[in-house]
Design a protein around this ligand. Structure first.
Ligand code: SF4
Ligand code: SF4
Length: 354
């Protein structure tokens, strides 16, 4: 049974107050216990897309970094390049955005090192015993460090229902090839009745695989990588994925890439899930409407327990699960069940409120 630790946070608490709570949570959850003096620790968080304001703030992440430094480890901030075009699709744009959002060395006092190189193709294959893969592709630097600290913003997500520790680890620490493999089964279609030919999806598609045919957008699926960018930018809900069929596979593949990361660092990994500013969408875009009051922070060393406890407490507070609150028709627990099936943890957790 995995232990999870929880501190509540109320609406309107300022980031410095939340940071104090994180310090307390770090100590009581013994977050740093598995890391030794001199270990290189990759601190994975999400710096937020250029339009996002609800991502986890630097002052909060810094508390965790300072704790790691006090223990004599060698932490650094890390991220990977996205598939979609935005401001996070290569190391230069991504690190510039991180600095703009307050994650530069001047504020954080640790470097930011992209784990997958300049263009997202610096990778290491890791063998796993999965249902979909026997080898997953993770960011190369993750296979070289001694530990990982995963700091995740728990939000709704259009493809997986919600995103938390499994998404931040499995997708967020995969190389470009790893991300492509996870999206490979996704196949968007245009609802021509809803398309008003605004052209936004053509502009943003990283594969240039959408064109206008008879005055409507048309996706040439043979070149599509399933990144979902067309869905994100279409203001007219004209892009459709069959999430009922495709989300389960995406979630399971994400869990399998998490398995690769966990194996690469020999289980020396710890998770913080922040259930604050919980939005309909993830930090890869403007989060959209809030779907809950602030709830708190969950921490633990078991990815399955942390994720299931986050899902459960959301349900308890809101009387509905996060995908219902975010108006997605997705069963989002496939990722948790598959992570458990892979032996990454236990959904039967002990909940310790601090
Ligand atoms: S963004 Fe939406 S409305 Fe605009 S062209 Fe693409 S599918 Fe049509
Ligand atoms: S058509 Fe495919 S590759 Fe292009 S934006 Fe949509 S999902 Fe991404």
């Amino acid at each position: 049974m995995g232990d999870v630790f929880f501190v509540p946070v109320s609406n309107g608490e300022d980031p410095s107050g939340v940071a104090k709570k994180v310090k307390y949570l770090y100590d009581h959850s013994r977050a740093g216990d598995r890391f030794k003096k001199g270990d290189f620790i990759a601190v994975k968080t999400h710096f937020g897309e250029s339009t996002n304001t609800t991502h986890i703030k630097p002052v909060i992440v810094k508390v965790i970094i300072d704790k790691l430094k006090q223990a004599g480890t060698l932490p650094f901030l890390t991220e990977t390049s996205t598939l979609y075009k935005g401001k996070r699709s290569n190391a230069l744009d991504h690190t510039a955005l991180a600095v703009e959002h307050g994650f530069g060395f001047d504020k954080m006092r640790v470097p930011l090192i992209m784990a997958d190189g300049l263009f997202g193709d610096d990778e290491t294959p890791v063998e796993i015993n999965g249902k979909h893969f026997n080898k997953v592709n993770i960011a190369a630097q993750i296979a070289k460090v001694q530990g990982v600290m995963v700091i995740s913003h728990f939000t709704g997500h259009m493809g997986t229902g919600f995103g938390g520790a499994i998404k931040n680890t499995g997708m967020g620490l995969a190389s470009r090839r790893g991300k492509l493999k996870q999206h490979s089964t996704l196949s968007p279609q245009i609802d021509t009745g809803a398309c008003n030919a605004c052209g936004m999806c053509l502009e943003w598609c990283p594969q240039d695989t959408i064109s206008m045919v008879d005055g409507k957008a048309y996706i040439h699926n043979e070149n599509c990588i399933g990144c979902g960018e067309c869905l994100a930018v279409c203001k007219f809900s004209a892009v459709r994925f069959n999430w009922g069929r495709e989300s389960r596979v995406l979630q399971e593949m994400m869990a399998e890439h998490s398995a690769g990361v966990i194996k690469a660092v020999k289980g020396k990994i710890f998770y913080f899930n922040f259930l604050i500013n919980i939005t309909k969408n993830c930090d890869c875009m403007n989060g959209g409407r809030a779907v809950s009051d602030d709830i708190g922070i969950i921490a633990g060393r078991d990815i399955v327990a942390v994720e299931k406890a986050s899902y459960d407490i959301f349900m308890k507070v809101n009387n509905m699960n996060i995908t219902e609150a975010a108006s997605y028709s997705i069963d989002s627990l496939f990722q948790v069940k598959h992570a458990e099936y892979l032996g990454l943890g236990n959904s039967d957790y002990r909940f310790c409120e601090l």
